[in-house]
Design a protein around this ligand. Structure first.
Ligand code: PGA
Length: 253
C-alpha cells in the first residue's frame, strides 16, 4: 500500500548512551503530540542499537529498520548479521543498496537482489536505494542508471513480493552535500520510477508503491519535496540525528 514514510538513516553515528537518548527524545515528542495516523516513521540505527531501539519503539508509534543485512542466510560468515536475526528482534525494515554500501563495500546489483530476497523471506520490508552520480546526470544518463539499478535489484520479484518493497531515490550528488535535488528533479525521477513499475507490474501496484526521496532533505525543504505528487516521503541522513528536526520532517506532509 502506498504510504507516507519518513525514515531516518543514522549511518555510523552515536555511542550507545547517545543513541538511547536520541530515540527516547523522539519517542517523547511524538508521544506528547502524535503524528498523523497515515504517516509512518522509521528509525534505522546501527546494528548494535537495534534491540534497544525496538524495545523503545514497542511502546511508541515508530518502527525500526536496519541499515544493512547479510547476503547469507546463516552459518560461518564471521561478522555478519542475518535477516533471521533482525526478524528475531522485531526489526521491520532494512535499507538495502544505499550508495555508501555500493561504493565502499562493493555491493553489486546481484548481491543486492540476494539481500532483497532474504529480507522479504524473513518478513522484513526492504527500503531499496537507487540514484545516480553527478557525472551521470550531466551526461543525461541518470534515468538509465536508475532503471538498471531497479531492474537488477527488484524486477525478479513476484508482484506479491514487490508489494512489500519501499523505494528510495537518492541522487548521490545530494547525499550529505547540502545540495538538495529541486522538487522538479525529484518529481521527474519519481514519476519515471513509477512508470517503470507500471510497465513491469501494472498500474495498480505502481500506484501502491511508496517512493521516498533522499539527499540533503531537511526540516526546511521537506514540505515542498513531499508536496510533489510522486514523492511519498523521505530517507533522511544528517537531519535524522536531531530529534526535533526529524519529527518536524515527519510533520511536513
Ligand atoms: P543526507 O543522507 O540526508 O545526510 O543527505 C541521506 C542518506 O544517505 O540516506
Amino acid at each position: 500500500m502506498r504510504r507516507k514514510i519518513v525514515a531516518g538513516n543514522w549511518k555510523m553515528n552515536k555511542r550507545f548512551d547517545e543513541a538511547e537518548e536520541l530515540i527516547s527524545e523522539i519517542a517523547d515528542i511524538i508521544d506528547a503530540q502524535p503524528l498523523d495516523e497515515d504517516i509512518e516513521m522509521i528509525i534505522c540505527p546501527p546494528f548494535l542499537f537495534l534491540e534497544m531501539a525496538t524495545d523503545i519503539a514497542s511502546e511508541s508509534e515508530f518502527h525500526i529498520g536496519a541499515q544493512n543485512v547479510s547476503e547469507y542466510d546463516a552459518g560461518a560468515y564471521t561478522g555478519e548479521v542475518s535477516a533471521q536475526m533482525l526478524n528475531s528482534i522485531e526489526v521491520e525494515y532494512c535499507i538495502i543498496g544505499h550508495s555508501e554500501r555500493r561504493k565502499y563495500f562493493a555491493e553489486t546489483d546481484e548481491v543486492l537482489a540476494t539481500k532483497i530476497n532474504l529480507a522479504l523471506a524473513n518478513e522484513i520490508e526492504p527500503i531499496f536505494c537507487c540514484g545516480e552520480v553527478l557525472s551521470e546526470r550531466e551526461a543525461k544518463i541518470h534515468f538509465d542508471t536508475v532503471r538498471t539499478q531497479i531492474e537488477k535489484g527488484l524486477f525478479h520479484l513476484s508482484p506479491e513480493q514487490f508489494y512489500n518493497v519501499v523505494i528510495a531515490y537518492e541522487p548521490i550528488w545530494a547525499i550529505g552535500t547540502g545540495v538538495v535535488a529541486s522538487p522538479a528533479q525529484a518529481q521527474e525521477m519519481h514519476a519515471y520510477i513509477r512508470g517503470l513499475i507500471k510497465e513491469k507490474y501494472g498500474a495498480e501496484l505502481a500506484e501502491d508503491t511508496t517512493i521516498l526521496y533522499g539527499g540533503s532533505c531537511n526540516a526546511d525543504n521537506a514540505t515542498v519535496l513531499f508536496s510533489q505528487p510522486d514523492v511519498d516521503g523521505g530517507l533522511i541522513g544528517g537531519a535524522s540525528l536531531k530529534a526535533k528536526d526529524f519529527v518536524q520532517i515527519a510533520r511536513s506532509f
